[in-house]
Design a protein around this ligand. Structure first.
Ligand SMILES: [Fe+2]
Length: 300
């Protein structure tokens, strides 16, 4: 049995204001919200799985963990043996950690900058169908997993190597372009895949400014472009900044906007990304982040 990662299965965020997040997840993103297994946690739902985002109360307002799915418990164990072989320390998830994520089996370890990653199997499925009250078309999940996560790393080369050599992800492409007005803000970003989704993991160098978060943004994909427009309008209607208005990326061809979450990191809400043919993919490079658009939006 392969111990290869099949998808980004869940994300955990530590958030300082659970109430604001509940409202944001429900009213803006159109996710389902339910209580987690303890008073300081909430589950956000996007599909048949009981949760896709796990919120825990705490001061960080940042990434807490990423959950990478493998086939079964034997594959989790095999992944652990692989980590040991690479000299990477790891631990089994404890019962309360499994309960918080609603998975059968999980181990965890850190990347070279201390960001926590988890390999798991056996996510709990809900017994009722999910229908979003806001996103009529639903979310694109399935074989491509829940979406993607984009880190800003204090050690970019080591994090790229970690994604390839430890997580076993494959390079999709890189973008090297100007990310701000200063000359040193010309940066390279790497995009990596493990299934048909163009990237489940991306990483950029962390800007050399104090107070930076590990997480730049996470992305969820709707099944219709109209739902991107409706979500963009809901952001502006509740007074949340749309820092990059509707636009299209040159690499995954996604049409999306970027809003600010209650924790300060961003959410990309998109539609229409290309699918990777994993047997016939050639790595590319690009010199711009957006084909068109993705500029700050005026207030509603
Ligand atoms: Fe993104």
């Amino acid at each position: 049995m392969s111990n290869a990662i099949t998808e980004l299965g869940y994300l955990g965020f530590e958030v300082s204001n659970l109430g604001q997040w509940e409202k944001f997840a429900t009213d803006v993103l159109g996710m389902g919200v339910s209580p987690g297994p303890n008073a300081a946690s909430r589950w956000l739902r996007m599909d048949e799985q009981r949760n896709r985002i796990i919120l825990t109360e705490g001061p960080a307002d940042d990434h807490a963990f990423a959950g990478w799915r493998v086939a079964d418990a034997a594959a989790v164990e095999a992944f652990g043996r692989g980590l040991t072989g690479k000299g990477i320390a790891w631990s089994w998830g404890k019962d309360d950690e499994l309960a918080l994520r609603a998975v059968q089996c999980m181990l965890y370890f850190n990347d070279p900058t201390g960001t926590r990653h988890e390999v798991f199997s056996g996510p709990l499925l809900a017994t009722d169908r999910f229908g979003s009250s806001k996103v009529a078309s639903g979310f694109v999940t399935g074989e491509g997993g829940m979406g993607h996560v984009v880190y800003q790393s204090s050690d970019y080369p080591k994090t790229v190597a970690f994604a390839q050599d430890v997580l076993g992800l494959a390079m999709s492409d890189t973008i090297t372009a100007q990310a701000g007005p200063l000359p040193e803000m010309r940066i390279e970003v790497s995009f990596l895949h493990t299934n048909e989704r163009h990237h489940s993991f991306a990483v950029a160098p962390q800007p050399p400014v104090p107070g930076q978060k590990r997480l730049h943004h996470f992305m969820v994909e709707a099944c219709s472009v109209e739902d991107v427009g409706f979500a963009r309008d809901r952001c502006l209607a509740v007074g949340l900044p749309v820092v990059q208005d509707i636009g299209q990326h040159p690499n995954d061809r996604m049409i999306s906007f970027y809003g600010v979450t209650p924790s300060g990191f961003l959410v990309e809400f998109g539609w229409g990304a290309i699918k990777v043919d994993q047997n016939n993919w050639q790595v590319r490079s690009y010199d711009k982040f957006s084909e068109w658009g993705h500029r700050p939006a005026a207030a509603a």
